[in-house]
Design a protein around this ligand. Sequence first.
Ligand code: AMP
Length: 223
Amino acid sequence: MRLVFLGPPGVGKGTQAENTSLKENIPHISSGNLLREAVEAKTETGLKAKEYIEKGLLVPDDLVVKIVVGKITSADCKKGFILDGFPRNLSQAKILDKTLNELSEKIDKIFYFTTSEDIIIKRLSGRRTCKSCGANYHEMFMPPAKDGVCDKCGSELYQRKDDNPKTISERLRVYREQTEELIDYYRKNGELIEINCNGKISEIQQNIFEELHSMLNDKRKAE
Ligand code: AMP
């Protein structure tokens, strides 16, 4: 099962990707998490990517593509993956298609997550992220059991530097300018399913599972 989770920052796709990854037992590949890990480890890619991330801009394609393609083509991803935050522009989408084509594979479904800008701003400004595993929480809507501590791995939670009002509005502008055109691209080239994210996390998750199960049933019937 090869899935792309597409949508604006803060819509909740990271949380949904994490839950779906656990349930379906396929890796969750978050380009944002991979880049933050590289920044933390001060690798060459991380050092170059840092200033773009802090400004809310897209990291140049060559840097992102290298780490994401490395993951997709690794043995871990043989049975599938969930891409979260990648592709973020048309050229990344084309590189993804080409990479999968060379493996005689393709994206099975694109989940396009939507909600209002008001909700996005509330979600991003209250978001807390785990320093170690990258899991996301929200100080009001999804607090951890123990204040400031990740439920999943026990590490410290922090507020991402780019989750501040100025950078949030820049990230939304970049999304509209560079990422939104992917919706049309995938409507024409793939199987795009729209998921409304105004409701509860558990309801959204249920919608995703229902879509995945009907996709698997269709696949079985076709075989
Ligand atoms: P995210 O965790 O998905 O919100 O990503 C955080 C930041 O990482 C973005 O604002 C970009 O600076 C960078 N980033 C993540 N994914 C990509 C990508 N596919 N292309 C370019 N930059 C990216």
